[in-house]
Every structure is written in structure tokens, then in C-alpha cells.
Write a protein that binds this ligand. Structure first.
Ligand code: MG
Ligand code: CA
Length: 537
């Protein structure tokens, strides 16, 4: 119904999206970057943002122990291989692989990736050669990858194996990605749920990004119903401990590959979960602009606090003698300084950088080169937070409006077509409820007509019809609420004469059963539910 509107809308969204990114890029360079540079923000917290940080497609990172099906999950989403794909029971993915769209297939090695100004990976060079040899971009042509990029990660080892040294700061790399991606899918294997120390440390590294984490309890078809319940409980319990938050991230239970299900008793659950997970991923392109906006706000608040800290440290340094011992003193008493800045500028403690990390970074800094407070730079940031951000926020279309559009802000292709598609009987809840009998020549209710006629006759019809008063008693016995029954009555009285004939009555009974089976009622009667004698009304 809204298809013409949808097209129009999605084009608009595309414009908005582009200009929100562009707008963020501009205000960052003009209003935030200067204060970051003035107070060496990049040495302490994170490097300066490049253009690709604003333009890049939303990224999804997969993290899990080896053989939890990370790489298989990607192949399942894309419904195709990507260059350099390796799948097997042993740890097969020994590297970080950014799977991205390009018309030409190919692999770009890590060393080349970190000097490519068009990609967002330049800061990764700090993790050194041992890492760069274990990092690559696999490019392939895929509709799904036009909507999102996906990061495959090395399988995390368990038991004895986890002692093999990777030769680079694995957790550090994970943290780097966690800060930049839009979703983190944590994969667990339902029939091998052990959480190794390295995995625990990895999950801990993701703390602070809880809002991005979704849990996938994969291979859930490998265990029977009872085992699955037990595994689910155990998983929730361990996650609660490791993540250290009272509410644990959403867990999606399923079997994300294209092989037959071993135990298919939970097939329906898996399908429902898959729908939810895909809908969640589907929201990423839309939410990317909002996420970038949020990240920039967080960054701006940190940059302000950072400026206060650095300026205060400089102010307390002696001009002549005892510089080194004063520096040591200041680092040691940093928490007192935090308290003082909190009170003076009414900043919440949550906006302050981690105390320990800050102390460690300060050791290597020359305090005498720190700059004094520059009110002009701070005003710029405040103005950005108060005015520019609000303007950009208003440009992001409201969720409700976006829902109408079915255009380029959606992920298409691969498994997204099969799972979200409404056109086959194998879609979620396909061929059920209102859709039962869709496309068949015979009236779907005809086979139950005899049964419904018996009830109909017991209501003493006059001239082959029952009145509302006569039908009411029978319909109320369903215990369905009156508003639902009213809707059913309206749908069933096709000729709108205020009474139901035997066919209309059968239709009303059929609609009641649809509702009682837990399906939704249609807003309009689909053709296959209309008795042949009344088609054309
Ligand atoms: Mg793998
Ligand atoms: Ca009627």
C-alpha cells in the first residue's frame, strides 16, 4: 500500500544519512579535533578520527571460542564463500578477517590495509607486524555486504591450547574493534559449553560495550530439548558472572548454517529466534548514524574532562625545581584531582577516564609541555554539544517513519532474503493461521463446513441466517474478548447485512480458531478465505 511512498522515503533517508555523516565529520574537525590536539588526547585515549570512521558501513564482529561456528555463520548470512575462508573442527581461522564488499574478489593483507586511507584500519598499525600478518580484508561481491561489513576473529582457544602465545596483543585488538563496530555477536556452542580463561578475558574486554553485544547460542539442534534448557541456564549464569551486569544481553538460540537439524523439536523456536536476530541486524544501517552521533558525544565529553585534567596538572607544576618529584606526586594523587574537577565543573564521575590507565599514560608525558586551560576551545565543544548535535539529531529520521521505507537502508541478499521473505510457505509462520490455504483453489474452510453447520443449525437460523444475538452466545464461549469477537463479526459478515449465513458463520468460526491458535487476525479478508459464492463483494 505504501510502496510508492516507501521509495520516496528511502531516497530521502539516504540523503539524510549521508549528510548526518558529513555533518559529524565537519563538526568533529572544526570543534572537537582542536581541543583533542591541544591536550594530547590522542596519546591517552584514541587516535584522531579519519574520514572512513564516519563513512564506513556498519560493522558486525563475531567473537567466540574455536568451532562455535563463526565463519560458518558468515557464510550462512552471505550464502556464499569469501576469499580465504576456512572452516573445520580445529581452530581454522587464525586471523582477523574484515569481510567487505567490492566488485572485484580479492584479499588485502594487513600491512597494505593499514596504509590505505580509504579504509578505517590505519590505527591498527600500532599492534605491530605479528598482528598485521594475522589481519586481512577479504573482499567479495555480495548484496549483504553492501549493507554491513563483517569481522571474523580467530577462534579463542580452550584448555592447554590457550597457552600458545599469539605474539601480539589479542585482547587489545579485540578492544579496538569493539569500540568501533556496531554489533558484537558472541557465539557459544550449545553442545560444548565451556568458557576458557582466554574467552573470559575477551568478554571482559568487551565490557563497556554491553549495548552492542548479542549472544548467539549456536548449534542448538545438536542437543535435545532437556539438554538445551540446561545449557541455556548454565550460559545465563556464567554470562551474568563474566559480564558483571544484572541484565544479560539478549540470547538468540538457533542453528545458523544450512544443514539439516539434528533434533528438530525446537525448529519453531529457532525460526522465531532467527527472525528476531535478523531484525536486529537489519536495524544496523538505520541506527548507524545515531550510533556515530552517540560516540561523538561520548568522545566530546571525555575530551572536555581530559582538557581539565591536563590543564590542572600543568597548573600545579613548579616552574623551576623539583619537577620530577612533583610529577610523581600528582600522578599518585590523581584521584583527588578527579574529585576536585568533579566538584568545580559539576561533571559526573562516569565521564572520567579510568584512573589506573590515566596514571600509566601520564608516566610517559612531559608535564611542562602541557597547555593551560583555553576557554575558547571548551566553548567550542559546549556549543557543538548544545547546538550542532541537536541539529544533526533532528536530521535522523524517526524510527516510525523509517519503518515505511523498504529501500536502500535495508540489508538485502543472502540469508536476509530467505529469512525475512514473506513470499514462500517456508517463511516464518508461513502457511499458518490466516495464510493456511493461501493459493489453493478450494475454499480452505469447506472441509470443516459440516462441523460448523451443526453448530449453525443448533442456533435456529431463520431463512438460512443467524442474527448477532443468536450467534453471540456461541462466539462468547470461545472466551475471546469482545473487541476481538467484534472484529471477527465484521470480517465474517461479508455482505454486510448484519447477519451470518452458514458460510459466513463457518468463516467466523475459522477466524476464531485462528485467533485461539495464537495467530493474528487479518485487517482485511484475504481472497482465499472468502467463500466462492461471495467473491466479488
Ligand atoms: Mg572460523
Ligand atoms: Ca451476512
Amino acid at each position: 500500500m505504501f510502496s510508492w511512498m516507501g521509495k520516496e522515503d528511502s531516497r530521502k533517508n539516504q540523503d539524510v544519512y549521508d549528510s548526518v555523516s558529513q555533518g559529524l565529520q565537519n563538526i568533529y574537525k572544526q570543534k572537537l579535533l582542536p581541543i583533542e590536539k591541544e591536550y594530547n588526547f590522542h596519546d591517552f585515549h584514541s587516535p584522531a578520527l579519519d574520514d572512513p570512521d564516519f563513512d564506513a558501513r556498519p560493522m558486525v564482529m563475531l567473537v567466540g571460542q574455536y568451532s562455535t561456528g563463526k565463519t560458518t555463520f558468515i557464510r550462512y548470512l552471505l550464502e556464499q564463500d569469501f576469499p580465504g575462508i576456512r572452516i573445520g573442527p580445529e581452530p581454522t581461522t587464525d586471523r582477523f578477517i574484515a569481510v567487505m564488499h567490492a566488485d572485484q574478489e580479492g584479499v588485502i593483507p594487513g600491512n597494505a590495509l593499514v596504509v590505505d586511507p580509504k579504509k578505517q584500519f590505519r590505527p591498527l598499525s600500532k599492534f605491530g607486524n605479528a598482528f598485521l600478518n594475522r589481519f586481512q580484508c577479504s573482499q567479495t561481491s555480495s548484496a549483504v555486504l553492501k549493507g554491513i561489513s563483517i569481522v571474523d576473529t580467530p577462534g579463542i582457544l580452550s584448555g592447554e591450547k590457550q597457552r600458545t602465545d599469539r605474539g601480539y596483543d589479542f585482547i587489545g585488538v579485540l578492544e579496538w574493534f569493539a569500540e568501533r563496530v556496531d554489533r558484537i555477536l558472541l557465539l557459544f556452542d550449545a553442545h560444548k559449553l565451556d568458557i576458557s580463561d582466554e574467552f573470559k578475558r575477551s568478554i571482559e574486554a568487551l565490557r563497556g560495550h554491553d549495548d552492542k553485544i548479542r549472544i548467539v547460542l549456536n548449534k542448538a539442534d545438536m542437543v535435545d530439548h532437556q539438554q538445551l534448557m540446561r545449557v541455556y541456564g548454565a550460559l545465563m549464569w556464567s554470562l551474568g558472572k563474566v559480564l558483571g551486569t544484572p541484565e544479560v544481553a539478549r540470547v538468540y538460540i538457533g542453528s545458523f548454517w544450512d544443514q539439516p537439524l539434528r533434533y528438530d523439536i525446537n525448529r519453531r523456536l529457532f525460526e522465531a529466534e532467527e527472525q528476531d536476530l535478523f531484525a536486529d541486524l537489519q536495524s544496523l544501517p538505520r541506527n548507524a548514524a545515531l550510533r556515530k552521533l552517540n560516540d561523538l558525544i561520548k568522545r566530546a565529553r571525555l575530551a572536555k574532562v581530559h582538557a581539565y585534567i591536563i590543564a590542572a596538572l600543568r597548573k600545579d607544576m613548579p616552574s623551576m625545581f623539583g619537577k620530577e618529584s612533583k610529577k610523581k606526586d600528582l600522578i599518585k594523587n590523581l584521584d583527588a584531582l578527579y574529585g576536585q574537577i568533579q566538584r568545580e565543573h559539576q561533571i559526573s564521575p562516569g565521564d572520567f577516564p579510568d584512573l589506573k590507565k590515566m596514571q600509566e599514560s601520564l608516566v610517559h608525558q612531559d608535564f611542562t609541555k602541557f597547555k593551560a586551560i583555553d576557554k575558547r576551545l571548551l566553548d567550542k565543544v559546549d556549543k557543538m554539544l548544545a547546538e550542532d548535535i541537536a541539529k544533526l539529531m533532528a536530521m535522523i529520521p524517526m524510527e516510525e517513519k523509517v519503518k515505511l521505507s523498504e529501500g536502500s537502508d535495508r540489508i538485502e541478499g543472502g540469508a536476509f532474503d530467505g529469512v525475512m521473505d514473506k513470499a514462500t510457505p517456508f517463511m516464518f509462520k508461513g502457511g499458518e493461521g490466516v495464510d493456511a490455504g493461501r493459493g489453493e483453489v478450494e475454499w480452505v474452510i469447506a472441509k470443516d463446513q459440516g462441523k460448523y453447520d451443526q453448530i449453525f443449525d443448533s442456533l435456529s437460523p431463520v431463512d438460512g441466517k443467524v442474527t448477532g444475538a443468536a450467534a453471540k452466545g456461541e462466539m462468547v464461549r470461545s472466551k475471546l474478548p469482545n473487541n476481538v469477537l467484534g472484529k471477527i463479526w465484521k470480517l465474517a459478515d461479508i455482505d454486510k447485512d448484519g447477519m451470518l449465513d452458514s458460510e459466513e458463520f463457518a468463516l467466523a468460526m475459522h477466524l476464531m480458531n485462528i485467533k485461539l491458535d495464537g495467530h493474528d487476525l487479518p485487517t482485511e479478508l484475504p481472497p482465499h478465505l472468502i467463500p466462492p459464492s461471495k467473491r466479488g463483494f
